[in-house]
Design a protein around this ligand. Structure first.
Ligand SMILES: C=C(O[C@@H]1C=C(C(=O)O)C=C[C@H]1O)C(=O)O
Length: 94
């Protein structure tokens, strides 16, 4: 096995963990979306997001990850969650 193959195997292992954890995170956010729709709460919560981004910056520093990368990735994830919450809100209103 070449050095490149070894490195790519490492990437594949990490990708599997990321996908498993993302699936778990989206299961929790789905439940939050259902709760919000049933209780007439806004899809987006900016104050919670600010807390999330502060936590993400700290964790990034702790793990040696560029905080700008983490912030960009989380902005995408949270935007997907908000869209899904809006969908759930619309389907609950019908
Ligand atoms: C999941 C929530 O809904 C939205 C998504 C968030 C997230 O994915 O972390 C955070 C805040 C909200 O804008 C929530 O309010 O907790």
């Amino acid at each position: 096995m070449t050095k490149l193959d070894e490195l790519r195997n490492g990437i594949d292992e990490v990708d599997q963990k990321i996908i498993a954890l993302l699936a778990q995170r989206f299961q929790y956010t789905e439940e939050v979306g259902i709760y919000k729709a049933e209780n007439h709460l806004d899809s987006q919560d900016v104050s919670r997001e600010n807390q999330q981004f502060q936590k993400i910056a700290k964790l990034s520093a702790q793990y040696g990850l560029n905080p700008a990368y983490a912030s960009e990735i989380y902005r995408c994830i949270i935007d997907i969650v908000i869209s899904r919450h809006e969908e759930l809100l619309k389907s609950t209103c019908k």
